[in-house]
Design a protein around this ligand. Structure first.
Ligand code: NAD
Length: 494
C-alpha cells in the first residue's frame, strides 16, 4: 500500500496518474499558523482542466456499466485505506487548514461515515414499472429509468474540504457518474492524498480526478464546458451567483450550498447547560469558519443574564495556539483563522458593530502573545447591544464572534431570526411542544435543530433557502441530483 508520505504532493491526479500543470506552474499552500509553506501543488489552467474533463468523459461508459455492488465495493475499499491513514491525514489537514488536529480527525471520520453511507445506497437506486391505459395498445406499460447524469464537477471550499468533497463524490460515484474535484487553492493537500487512496483501492482511471488551480480558471472551465453536465458547488453566495451566471444558461444541473447566518433561540425552559455547550460548539468549532454555525443568539429575557455569564466562562476556556498540539484540560485549543483577509473581514464587521454602539464582552482582538504573531489568530468574542442593521448581523460572519440578543418572546426571536438574507440552519432550545412546532414552521431555514447542536447528518438532506442556496446534499435525497430520470413506453408485444 502507498504510504501517505510517499504520494507526490507536488502533483495533481488526472486519469489515474499524478501529473503537473501543463505550464509547470505551482501554487504554495501556506500554513495559517506560522506562514510557512506546507507544500506546493500544480496551478492548473483551463487547458489542463479540459484534459481532465476528456478523461472523465472517456471513463464514463464503462463506469456507468459497472454493477452497483461493484461500485460500493470499490468505495468501501477506499474507505478502508483512508481509515488506515486517518491520523496522518488529519495532521496534513490541520497543517493546511489551521484547525486543531482533533477537529481534523472529526472531519475525516465524518467523511468516512458519509462515503460508507453512500456505498450502502448504491444497490438501492431503482426506477419503476407503470401500467398504462390500454387506449394506445393493450398490455402497454411505462418504465421509469434512473441513469447517471454524466461528467460532474465538484467545487469545494476550504473550511471543511474533506467532508464537503465527500458529500459530492459519494452520491456521484454510486450513481455511476465520473467526477472532477476542484479543491480550494489553499486546501488541496489532504484532498489529493485521499483521492489518490480512493483510486488506489481500484476505482478505474478517469472516474475520480482532482485538478488544483484557481476558481477563475479551473472552476470556470468546469462551469462552462458543455461536457460537464452537473455542478455541485459549496462556497460563498457571491461565487454561487457566478456559478449560476455561467452554468445556468447551459441548463446544467446545479446545486449550491452557500453562506449562512444561523439563529439560535433559547427559551426560558431550556436545559441551559446543554444550550450553552450547543452555542459554544455551534459558534466556535473550526474557529467559527462554518456555514451552519450559530451566528446569532436570541436569548429569552428570563435566562439571558445567566446564559451569557455561563457562556463567557466557557469562551474564556479557549486557548489560542499551535493547532497540532492540545492544551492542558479544561482549556481547549482554538486554531488561527484560515487567511489574513479572513481576519481583517471579521475585524471590520466587529468594528462596524462597535461603531453603532455594540459592547464586546470578551475577546474580539488579536492576541498579544508574540509567539502567535505569525498566525491569523483572533480572540473569540461575545458581543452585546448589537443593532440588527449592522454587518455583524446582516453579513455572514466567518469567524469566532457571537452577537447576543435579549428577546421577550418567541415571536420576537423568530422575527429577528428571519431578518437576514440567509436561510441555512436554525435552532430552538426548549421543552415546549407548541414553541417547537412554531419554530420549525416559521423559521426560514433549510434545517431547524431542536435541543441539538447544528450538525449535518449524513442521513438527512441538508440545504439552504434564500441566499443560502439551491438543492440538497446529504441523505438519500442527494443521490437524485446525480441521476437522470428517463421514461420508456413498452407497447403490447403480443
Ligand atoms: P469561495 O466561494 O471563495 O470558494 C469556494 C470554491 O469555489 C473554491 O474551490 C474556489 O476556488 C472556487 N471558486 C472561486 N471562484 C470561482 C469561480 N469564479 N468559478 C468557479 N469556482 C470558483 O468560498 P470559500 O471562501 O472557499 O468558502 C467559504 C464559504 O463557503 C462561506 O460562505 C461558507 O458559508 C460557505 N459554505 C457553505 C456550506 C454549505 O453547505 N451551505 C458549507 C461550507 C461552506
Amino acid at each position: 500500500m502507498t504510504e501517505v508520505a510517499s504520494v507526490s504532493m507536488a502533483k495533481m491526479f488526472v486519469n489515474g496518474e499524478w501529473i503537473d500543470a501543463g505550464s509547470g506552474e505551482t501554487t504554495d499552500v501556506i500554513s495559517p499558523f506560522d506562514g510557512s509553506v506546507v507544500e506546493s501543488v500544480p496551478r492548473a489552467s483551463a487547458e489542463d482542466t479540459r484534459a481532465a474533463i476528456r478523461a472523465a468523459e472517456d471513463a464514463l461508459p464503462e463506469w456507468a456499466d459497472t454493477s452497483p455492488d461493484q461500485r460500493a465495493t470499490l468505495l468501501l475499499a477506499g474507505v478502508e485505506l483512508v481509515k488506515q491513514q486517518s491520523k496522518e491525514l488529519a495532521k496534513v489537514l490541520s497543517a493546511e487548514q489551521g484547525k486543531p488536529v482533533f477537529e481534523a480527525m472529526g472531519e475525516i471520520h465524518h467523511f468516512l461515515h458519509g462515503l460508507t453511507f453512500y456505498a450502502g445506497l448504491a444497490s438501492k437506486i431503482r426506477g419503476s414499472q407503470v401500467p398504462l391505459p390500454p387506449d394506445m395498445g393493450k398490455h402497454s406499460y411505462g418504465m421509469v429509468l434512473k441513469r447517471p447524469v454524466g461528467v460532474c464537477g465538484a467545487i469545494v471550499p476550504w473550511n471543511f474540504p474533506i467532508t464537503l468533497m465527500g458529500t459530492k463524490i459519494g452520491p456521484a460515484l454510486i450513481a455511476g457518474n465520473t467526477v472532477i474535484v476542484k479543491p480550494a487553492s489553499s486546501t488541496p493537500l489532504t484532498t489529493l492524498k485521499i483521492i489518490g487512496l480512493l483510486n488506489e483501492a481500484g476505482i478505474p482511471a478517469g472516474v475520480l480526478n482532482c485538478v488544483t488551480g484557481p476558481g477563475r480558471e479551473v472552476g470556470e472551465e468546469l462551469l462552462s464546458n458543455p461536457t460537464v453536465r452537473r455542478i455541485a458547488f459549496t462556497g460563498e453566495s457571491g461565487t454561487g451567483r457566478r456559478v449560476m451566471e455561467i452554468a445556468g444558461p447551459q441548463f446544467k444541473r446545479i446545486t449550491l450550498e452557500l453562506g449562512g447566518s444561523d439563529p439560535m433561540i433559547v427559551m426560558p425552559d431550556a436545559d441551559l447547560r446543554k444550550a450553552v455547550t450547543g452555542a459554544l460548539i455551534g459558534r466556535f468549532w473550526n474557529t467559527g469558519q462554518a456555514c451552519l454555525a450559530v451566528k446569532r443568539l436570541y436569548l429569552h429575557e428570563d435566562v439571558h443574564d445567566e446564559f451569557v455569564e455561563a457562556l463567557i466562562k466557557k469562551v474564556k476556556n479557549y486557548e489560542l495556539g499551535d493547532p497540532s498540539t492540545r492544551p492542558e484540560k479544561p482549556r481547549q485549543r482554538m486554531g488561527p483563522l484560515h487567511t489574513a483577509g479572513q481576519r481583517e473581514e471579521i475585524e471590520e464587521q466587529l468594528a462596524d458593530a462597535v461603531g453603532k454602539g455594540a459592547q464586546v464582552l470578551c475577546g474580539g482582538k488579536r492576541p498579544d502573545d508574540p509567539a502567535l504573531a505569525k498566525g491569523h489568530f483572533f480572540e473569540p468574542a461575545v458581543v452585546t447591544n448589537v443593532t440588527h442593521d449592522c454587518r455583524l448581523v446582516q453579513d455572514e460572519v466567518f469567524g469566532p464572534v457571537l452577537p447576543v440578543f435579549k428577546v421577550k418572546d418567541l415571536d420576537e426571536a423568530i422575527a429577528l431570526g428571519n431578518d437576514n438574507q440567509y436561510g441555512l440552519g436554525s435552532s430552538i432550545w426548549t421543552q415546549n411542544l407548541a414553541w417547537t412546532h412554531q419554530a420549525i414552521r416559521e423559521l426560514q431555514a433549510g434545517v431547524t435543530w431542536v435541543n441539538q447542536i447544528h450538525y449535518g447528518y449524513d442521513e438527512l438532506p441538508f440545504g439552504g433557502v434564500k441566499a443560502s442556496g439551491i438543492g440538497h446534499e446529504h441523505g438519500p435525497e442527494a443521490v437524485e441530483y446525480y441521476l437522470e430520470t428517463k421514461g420508456a413506453v413498452i407497447g403490447g408485444l403480443a
